[in-house]
Ligand binder design. Structure first.
Ligand SMILES: NC(=O)c1ccc[n+]([C@@H]2O[C@H](COP(=O)([O-])OP(=O)(O)OC[C@H]3O[C@@H](n4cnc5c(N)ncnc54)[C@H](O)[C@@H]3O)[C@@H](O)[C@H]2O)c1
Ligand SMILES: O=c1ccn([C@@H]2O[C@H](COP(=O)(O)OP(=O)(O)O[C@H]3O[C@H](CO)[C@@H](O)[C@H](O)[C@H]3O)[C@@H](O)[C@H]2O)c(=O)[nH]1
Length: 337
């Protein structure tokens, strides 16, 4: 995995909240490959125990301040990568309180515990769902905030909480707003697996493999070239590489930063389906359904700021690369069927 772009000093302990999840497990693998010790902190609500295999596993809930304090005191990490969250856009619309509880209250508990333990570096996973809908326009970090949905609202609140806390305490932090993360570890050791799965790429792969009832396209009447939503897909290994660069930035004494992470290209739902069909040689059975609440027509990233400040460029920006690695994971022995 090419997380080796960010080097930093060897042997640092880094706490990874959500280390059993999709992106967090890839971060743990990349950290361990560089000689760091990734301590996963996870309650396994959407993640998997067997994905925690690159460092110590600490079971715990973000909202449990005493448990966080105990884990931070024992491992004394140099930094925290904070991935743990709930992130199902449709579910957030149905049950916003649960999202604010985990994503905002959980982040507050983490910040309190870090302050008490003297852990002074944080990298936070935010989302492009914090932006206002600007259909067709490339979104950079200066674009007005919406947010687009209740999930985005909880992430925006968590961002504000981090910024206010940092201003008062000197906590050094980097906030990343990811676009749509896709793909898998090229060795197919780990990958994306949620139950239920809501994300387009794994759902299309499952449909191509004849698993489940086929794929519903959420809306075909958007003002886009083929009527379906355009999203900016970014490879999970590129996202992780940016986190390693952020850790270097913080370790060098770098100040607070906010960066989008995307590949800079919009792909429609129909294009993703066609790419899955091309990769698998199988057709994806689809039905056309209504729009999904909380969606907008287009979300495409401008990531110039991360390139300039961190030297980050996506190395796997081609959709085919994301689908090939996701497919290898989906069809390989590690996938949970
Ligand atoms: N996947 C994407 O496309 C995407 C895009 C933008 C932002 N993000 C953000 O990136 C982060 C990681 O996303 P992911 O796709 O890996 O999600 P995921 O669901 O695979 O991983 C989240 C992990 O957090 C854990 N978790 C949830 N609530 C917890 C709690 N209260 N205490 C402890 N652990 C808890 C889960 O068990 C899981 O292992 C999230 O913050 C998400 O909002 C993801
Ligand atoms: O069965 C499906 C699944 C998805 N979609 C559509 O495909 C697009 C991508 O959806 P999905 O893969 O579910 O990702 P998002 O819901 O956009 O959410 C991801 O991307 C967001 C940024 O856009 C992040 O904020 C979230 O954390 C992350 O989960 C959207 O237009 C969906 O409506 C379908 O049409 N059918």
């Amino acid at each position: 995995m090419d997380g080796k772009r960010g080097r930093g000093s060897l042997g640092a302990t880094v706490m990874v909240t959500g280390g059993a999840g999709y992106i967090g497990s890839h971060a743990c693998k990349a950290l361990a490959a560089l000689g760091h010790v990734p301590v996963s902190f996870d309650n396994y609500s959407t993640g998997w125990r067997e994905a925690v295999k690159y460092g110590p596993a600490e079971e715990g809930d973000l909202r449990d301040g005493a448990r966080l304090a105990e884990v931070l005191a024992r491992h004394r990490p140099r930094a925290v990568l904070h991935f743990a969250a709930l992130s199902d856009i449709a579910e957030a619309g149905r049950d916003p309180a649960r999202y604010w509880d985990t994503n905002v209250v959980g982040t507050l508990r983490l910040l309190e515990a870090m302050a008490a333990a003297g852990t002074g570096q944080l990298v936070f996973s935010s989302t492009c769902a914090v932006y206002e809908a600007h259909d067709g326009r490339v979104l950079d970090e200066t674009c007005p905030l919406g947010p687009l949905n209740a999930y985005g609202a909880s992430k925006r609140a968590a961002e504000d909480l981090i910024r206010d806390t940092a201003a008062a305490s000197g906590l050094r932090h980097v906030i990343f707003r990811y676009f749509n993360v896709a793909g898998a570890d090229p060795s197919a050791e780990i990958g994306e697996c949620h139950r239920p799965e809501t994300h387009l790429v794994p759902r299309a792969l499952a449909a191509a493999a004849g698993q489940g009832a086929g794929l519903r396209i959420n809306g075909t009447d958007y003002p886009t070239p083929d009527g379906t939503c355009l999203r900016d897909y970014v490879h999970v290994c590129d996202v992780v590489a940016a986190h390693l660069l952020a850790l270097d930035h913080l370790q060098r004494g770098g100040g607070p930063e906010l960066f989008n992470l995307g590949s800079g290209h919009g792909h429609s739902v129909r294009e993703v389906i066609a790419a899955v069909e091309a990769a698998t040689g199988r057709s994806v059975p689809v039905e056309e359904g209504p729009r999904r609440p909380g969606d907008c027509a287009a979300l495409v990233s401008g990531s110039a700021r991360a390139a300039e400040a961190l030297g980050w460029t996506p190395r796997h920006a081609a959709l085919e690369d994301m689908i090939a690695t996701a497919r290898a994971w989906h069809e390989g022995p590690g996938y949970r069927r």
